[in-house]
Design a protein around this ligand. Structure first.
Ligand code: E4P
Length: 219
């Protein structure tokens, strides 16, 4: 399973990309609003850092507006994936993007039948928002299971991009289900590395190595 970082923060993106654990990036208008940089410039700079898909979201609500933005965004860099909301106008735009060879990520997907429509329109990625479903006492990961089954039933090419990830548990479940990608906030990616027994193990090894060194046997 690929891991994308869900962020518009260049510093964090660079830091985690340097560790070699980032396969791509997703952004959204809320994440962009936290950065003090013109949107298109920000996307371009992200593409310079990460050699993988970078989702940039359209904000129009109508087909013509979405298409205009999709064409502009796709010209920023070959790795740009145009993010389009899962609405009737959005699905129509996804179908047209598919026809024109523009790659898409269908965002704000909260049901399996919405995912089915996106896949039928030729979406490159479909993003179920698991955390926001959990927030309203629904089961976000069950949605991912349902989408996996539907996409496998019909051999849809769309990739399942698990979004609105809140914990390492979400990442684990996504991988067990066979999702294609989990896009995670930086903090969740950082937590993937952590285990208290790893820290305790390092401390014990270093303490014991000090004994070896003190005896002059560290050669
Ligand atoms: C995904 O592409 C979205 O940007 C993101 O995962 C939304 O997450 P949130 O529900 O934490 O805002």
């Amino acid at each position: 399973m690929q891991i994308f970082i869900d962020s518009g923060n260049l510093e964090k993106i660079r830091e985690l990309n340097d560790l070699g654990v980032i396969d791509g990036v997703t952004t959204n208008p809320s994440l962009v609003s936290r950065e003090n940089k013109p949107f298109r410039q920000l996307i371009k700079e992200i593409c310079m850092i990460v050699d993988g898909p970078v989702s940039a979201e359209t904000v129009s609500e109508d087909f013509d507006g979405m298409m205009k933005e999709a064409v502009e965004l796709s010209k920023i860099h070959k790795n740009v994936i145009v993010k389009i909301v899962n609405t009737p106008q959005g699905i129509k735009a996804v179908k047209e993007c598919t026809r024109r060879g523009i790659k898409t990520n269908v965002t704000l997907t909260f049901s399996a039948v919405q995912a089915l429509l996106a896949a039928k329109a030729g979406a490159t990625y479909v993003s179920p928002f698991v955390g926001r479903l959990d927030d309203v006492k629904e089961d976000g990961m069950q949605l991912v299971r349902d989408i996996r089954q539907i996409f496998d039933n019909y051999d849809f090419g769309a990739k399942i991009l698990v979004a609105s990830v809140r914990s390492t548990g979400h990442v684990l479940e996504a991988a067990k289900i066979g999702a294609d990608v989990a896009t995670c906030p930086a903090e969740v990616i950082e937590n993937l590395f952590k285990h208290p027994l790893t820290d305790a193990g390092i401390k014990k090894f270093l303490d014991d190595w000090k004994k070896v060194r003190d005896k002059g046997l560290d050669k």
